[in-house]
Design a protein around this ligand. Sequence first.
Ligand SMILES: NC(=O)c1ccc[n+]([C@@H]2O[C@H](COP(=O)([O-])OP(=O)(O)OC[C@H]3O[C@@H](n4cnc5c(N)ncnc54)[C@H](O)[C@@H]3O)[C@@H](O)[C@H]2O)c1
Length: 257
Amino acid sequence: MPFKGKRALVLGVANKRSIAWAIAKRLADGGAEVAFTFQGERIEKNVRDLAASVSSPLVTELDVRDDAAIERVFAEVGQVFGGKLDILVHSVAYAAAEDLEGRFTDTPRDRFWMAIDVSAYSLVATARAAQPLMAAAGGGSIVTMTYLGGERAVPHYNVMGVAKATLDSSVKYLAWDLGEQNIRVNAVSAGPVRTLAARSIAGFPTMESIVEERSPLHRHVDAEDVGAAAAYLLGDGAKNVTGTTLYVDSGYHAMGM
Ligand SMILES: NC(=O)c1ccc[n+]([C@@H]2O[C@H](COP(=O)([O-])OP(=O)(O)OC[C@H]3O[C@@H](n4cnc5c(N)ncnc54)[C@H](O)[C@@H]3O)[C@@H](O)[C@H]2O)c1
């Protein structure tokens, strides 16, 4: 039971295909107590049902654009976990569908900032809110989800790539700030996984087939593979790993062609 006695908060479960759910399941199977947030009534029942299946002590609403909601959620987490938190999983991203279809050049100002707000600033805001609870636990581990499209131009990924670049850099600055309190911050860079968010990326099937054709392992990645990598980063086996990105993409990132 690698996570026995650990207290975790997981942001970003929408349904059973969500990467966040694969991670949460690993944590719960490993003995952690797992609290969940959901965004919007539309997915509330899904998340409540999944959370109940792992005997979650807390399921609460969170729109990461809302600072007051972040404050409320972390107060609730503090209450159910006796003022302590060991693990934060950030698996949240959003960009308008039209910005994942056309040219990046045409992204309007408001939707550019929205993508960065939801997909990158949310890590900064939630890490800051988690900090006192993790410090009270003697340290903690934070994992976020990124993609190669933040480092290289991937057709159609567009403004989400810019948001991931911001997220990747935020991981490093947070790792520096929070390391003092034994809080680690890392990212998993996943290859294409069929989820709700992935469906809004035009050309997603092409991304999948290119990985299959050109990656060293010539195969798809699934949410469970990503869950296993996140579990490593969240666990004590990674106690000296921070500010890093672990690629779970069949090796695609290593290729030049
Ligand atoms: N699926 C992939 O191929 C892939 C690859 C690399 C990285 N990722 C990243 O993994 C993470 C999880 O995505 P997923 O693929 O599991 O899809 P998903 O749709 O299951 O999860 C995305 C989550 O973001 C949440 N969200 C969106 N806007 C929000 C807001 N304002 N406040 C709070 N929550 C909000 C949604 O409710 C949803 O739960 C994202 O960061 C995504 O960019 C996915």
